[in-house]
Design a protein around this ligand. Structure first.
Ligand code: CTP
Ligand code: MG
Length: 235
């Protein structure tokens, strides 16, 4: 598909990249999304994939107090987003960061939310989740679980073994109909703080959520070991 076709396909779409976490488990000298990965700030890899998917607007939630450094680190990205590129201050939780960024998207029909901590996400994965919104309120990248999953009690005794064929490990991007995401995020801060992903907020509001098959290669960089693997894959 030619780039121009892709751009028109996603004309009323915005991407939100949440990059406002501190990265405590990585333990670097700066917020995780701005740590160097294969010579660039980690978040730059995700912005490349989003632009290559033809999404014309991007909002990045950055750590409070880090706006000037973030602006400098991402100065080159603005030109890749013809309909808008903005940095906003993140919140105390991941979902609060999403809510702050959502307020800056302008009038769009669809939003793809992505963790800066997943630098391996491909342009095709952004396009596939956005395309799947035709059949659901939300469409989320997910990898089929390959390990057997057992549930154990506090005493360590196994109480059941789950049916692996129906289990998915959830990733980002997560694409949403914009009005559905706005309503789902309009909840008290304590509910927002319990959300480990945005799709859960849509589920609890009764919305339909579909999985879009992804690969374990779209892993989240959490520890120094993960960073070393991402570095070796991107170099
Ligand atoms: N995030 C955010 N705002 C927060 C917390 C997290 O934007 N208040 C973002 C992170 O920047 C990351 C994504 O949410 O891209 C997933 O979070 P996680 O991997 O947990 O990153 P951190 O919270 O930065 O890492 P840690 O939990 O180790 O501190
Ligand atoms: Mg965290």
């Amino acid at each position: 598909m030619r780039p121009r076709d892709r751009a028109s396909e996603h004309l009323r779409t915005a991407a939100i990249v949440v990059a406002a976490g501190s990265g405590a488990r990585l333990g670097a000298d700066r917020p995780k999304a701005f740590v160097a990965l294969a010579g660039r700030p980690m978040v730059a890899w995700s912005l490349d994939a989003i632009a290559a998917a033809g999404v014309p607007r991007a909002i990045v939630a950055v750590p409070p107090g880090h706006a000037a450094a973030a602006e400098e680190a991402l100065a080159g990205a603005a030109g890749d987003f013809p309909l808008g590129f903005a940095l906003v201050e993140g919140g105390a939780t991941r979902s609060a960061s999403v809510r702050n960024a959502l307020a800056a998207t302008g009038d769009v029909d669809a939003v793809a939310v992505h963790d800066a901590a997943r630098p391996m996400a491909s342009p095709e994965l952004f396009s596939a989740t956005l395309a799947a919104l035709e059949h659901a309120d939300a469409a989320i990248a997910a990898a089929q679980v390959t390990d057997t999953i057992k549930e154990a009690g506090p005493d360590g005794l196994v109480v059941r073994t789950h049916d692996r064929a129906r289990l998915w490990a959830i990733q980002t991007p997560q694409a949403f109909r914009a009005d559905v995401l706005r309503r789902a995020l309009d909840v008290p801060d304590d509910v927002l703080a319990r959300a480990t992903d945005d799709a859960w907020l849509v589920e609890r509001a009764g919305g339909s959520v579909r999985v879009v098959e992804s690969s374990p290669a779209n892993f989240k960089v959490t520890t120094p070991h993960d960073l070393a693997i991402a570095e070796s894959l991107l170099c």
